[in-house]
Ligand binder design. Structure first.
Ligand code: HEM
Length: 335
């Protein structure tokens, strides 16, 4: 356990209960013979080939993957958060980044040479700790998400969380390549903690061209990457731990105290990613914040809950789909 963390006693049970509920839901949703999709972020806009470029950095930024300059091959899977639905419906948009050839001590037994980063297009979560996440999830599942926000006691109303959810749902997005993405949860950084962010730097569409097609985000990204390359800058925000919370992913880390510091560049070359092989690979890869160097260990309650849930769900869907979980690293196919 990282000394910055505070683990609540009910957390382990909540995580196992959540995994059990999610697995039951998947079993019901995808009966025998149907390909089991991810429980969260099942709709992919595409898996693209990318390069993660780390420059020579100042000494205080030389940590883990960022210790020395290097260019790494990577995959990025762009997704919607909710169940497959038309892209114009407001939703969380996500990225899963998988960087290959990362040597060093890793957090998990599987995937010993990859570093994953998972981010969404909002800086905070509507439920910032395992208990809130579980309660929001179960009240949404019962068809009444408002139950989470409004209890009989007005002093316990979660109006801040409701606003975050409203912000997420009301965002209209032009293209997956034009969004800012955030880790929302913290990661170890020497004795401190950081959050990650990804800001687009390519020439990207700021206006929604036409959202009438069900899959306009895939189509827009396909069009953009057929014409030109794209890029993002990768940042950290070092938390000021006197004021910034490790255990509450609903709380902002303000830029004043935790300015964004650029660490790396992501280059996405011009390409056609929308091929049957690459789309299958998008389904078969597992992105998990715990596929990580120990130097970048995920911390905080939400990340601890994710350790149980991601592994359990990915194991379930890989077994049901008859795909090996240990060998989803298709180095050759990135060449
Ligand atoms: C306790 C909180 C969370 C739970 C229970 C959860 C659950 C899940 C699950 C079950 C998956 C599918 C895993 C698989 O089958 O491979 C997933 C995928 C994903 N999650 Fe989370 N998640 C949580 C928090 C977050 C946070 C904080 C972020 C980022 C800020 C995030 C971003 C993503 C993304 C981008 C994917 C898709 C990765 C891909 O492309 O495969 N999630 N999540």
């Amino acid at each position: 356990m990282n000394p910055l963390e505070t683990i609540s006693p009910d957390e382990e049970k909540l995580s196992n209960d959540l995994l059990r509920i999610l697995t039951l839901m998947l079993r019901k949703e995808y009966p025998k013979g149907k390909t089991v999709l991810r429980d969260a972020h099942p709709k992919s806009h595409g898996l693209v080939k990318a390069e993660f470029v780390v420059p020579e950095l100042p000494t205080d930024l030389k940590v883990g993957l960022f210790s020395k300059p290097g260019t790494y091959k990577a995959y990025i899977r762009f997704s919607n958060g909710a169940k497959p639905q038309a892209d114009k419906i407001g939703d969380i948009r996500g990225v899963g980044i998988k960087i290959f050839g990362v040597e060093g001590e890793h957090c998990l037994e599987g995937e010993k040479t990859t570093q994953d980063f998972l981010l969404i297009n909002n800086p905070v979560l509507p439920a910032g700790n395992p208990k809130d996440y579980f309660n929001l999830f179960t009240s949404s599942m019962s068809g009444n998400p408002l139950k989470y926000f409004f209890s009989w006691n007005p002093f316990e109303w979660k109006l801040g969380d409701l606003l975050i959810l409203h912000d997420i749902r009301s965002q209209k997005v032009p293209s997956p390549l034009s969004l800012k993405y955030y880790s929302t949860t913290p990661y170890a950084w020497k004795e401190g903690a950081v959050k990650y962010a990804l800001f687009p730097t390519g020439e990207y569409t700021k206006q929604i061209q036409d959202d009438s097609s069900e899959n306009y985000l895939r189509e827009q990204m396909k069009k953009e990457l057929s014409e030109k390359s794209s890029s993002f800058d990768f940042y950290i925000q070092k938390g000021d731990l006197k004021v910034h919370s490790i255990e509450n992913a609903s709380a902002h880390w303000d830029e004043g105290r935790a300015p964004f510091q650029k660490l790396a560049t992501i280059l996405i070359p011009k390409q056609n990613f929308d091929t049957p092989d690459q789309n299958t690979l998008a389904e078969n890869l597992s992105f998990d914040p715990w596929h990580s160097l120990v130097d970048h260990t995920p911390i905080g309650g939400i990340n601890r809950m994710r350790k149980v849930v991601y592994y359990g769900i990915t194991k379930y869907r890989h077994e049901k789909n008859g795909v090996g979980i240990e060998d989803p690293i298709p180095w050759e196919s990135i060449e």
